[in-house]
Design a binder for this molecule. Structure first.
Ligand code: SF4
Length: 278
């Protein structure tokens, strides 16, 4: 298991790309260097109901990404690196400010390449000044060692379960091991966080929320992914089956995913979800 104290950004292996980059003097394949970079932070009301609740989710959007899907909805942040560097002290101030603004949780969006920075900061404040739940909102392309490092620091995992097959991961994210890596990571997150637990107001306090974005021309992937979740994790989990796909970034004009879903495709996805009891 990676330890917060021993991770060396001089040879970074935090994510499944394991590029070994020296992030002290340069940048990794993800685009990240030694400092945290963020594009924005705010109270977000558009997440799943147990996450946004009535007061909003305290969302921090990190710059860069280790996956960089061609259909990324945050292309300027993930691919172009729009954002600014902040110190750890500023990062902590932002989390505490979101908490004092009433956020139900601190929601780290695309956190993988900064997981070590997040762990180090949370070790200083979690359970002390920071009392609200923490949420790891990620692409699902995660090393199990990195997830184990976050044990006790992250309360809610909200990963994507994007593709069942490696060919889809290869074609759409240039990650030909996405599927296998993702399935291991989802199981590790579930092992650590368990089913979603809500408070008396229906707000998430701990557990796993799985997100699957239904893609045009890929309903077979959806069926296989839901079958895997049913068989290997269970159907008691909170599943967010998302229909809002629209072409963005490099998927505009793409022959297969360069369009929105048609109603029949989302109906097929719902049918598969019902079939496995979600
Ligand atoms: S997080 Fe970035 S620098 Fe580290 S292994 Fe992944 S791509 Fe390389």
């Amino acid at each position: 298991m990676l330890s917060v104290n021993t991770i060396n950004l001089k040879q970074c292996n935090l994510c499944p790309l394991s590029c070994g980059a020296d992030r002290i003097s340069g940048k990794g394949r993800c685009g990240a260097g030694k400092d945290i970079e963020i594009s924005s932070w705010n109270l977000h009301f558009g997440e799943e109901p147990p996450v946004s609740g009535t007061k909003g989710s305290g969302t921090i959007f990190f710059t860069h990404c280790s996956l960089r899907c061609i259909f990324c909805q945050n292309y300027p942040i993930s691919h172009l690196g729009n954002g600014k560097k902040i110190t750890e002290q500023k990062f902590i101030e932002i989390m505490l400010r979101l908490q004092s603004d009433g956020a139900h949780n601190i929601n780290f969006v695309t956190p993988t390449h900064y997981s070590i920075h997040i762990a180090q900061a949370l070790k200083k404040i979690k359970g002390k000044e920071l009392k609200i739940p923490t949420l790891y909102n990620c692409s699902g392309y995660e090393k199990t060692e990195t997830i184990k490092m976050l044990n006790g620091l992250i309360d809610i995992y909200m990963p994507d379960a994007k593709f069942y097959s490696n060919s889809a991961g290869s074609a759409l994210c240039r990650a030909d091991n996405y599927a296998l890596v993702n399935r291991k990571a989802l199981k590790e997150m579930y092992l650590q966080a368990g089913e979603l637990v809500l408070d008396e107001n229906g707000i998430a306090v701990k557990g796993l929320i799985l997100r699957h974005l239904v893609l045009p021309g890929h309903t077979g992937e959806t069926e296989k992914m839901l079958k895997f979740i049913y068989e290997d994790i269970g159907n008691d989990i909170y599943l967010s089956l998302m229909s809002q796909y629209h072409p963005a970034g490099n998927s505009v004009g793409h022959p297969v995913i360069g369009r929105r879903l048609n109603p029949g495709e989302y109906r097929d996805a719902q049918k598969a979800a019902r079939k496995y009891g979600f």
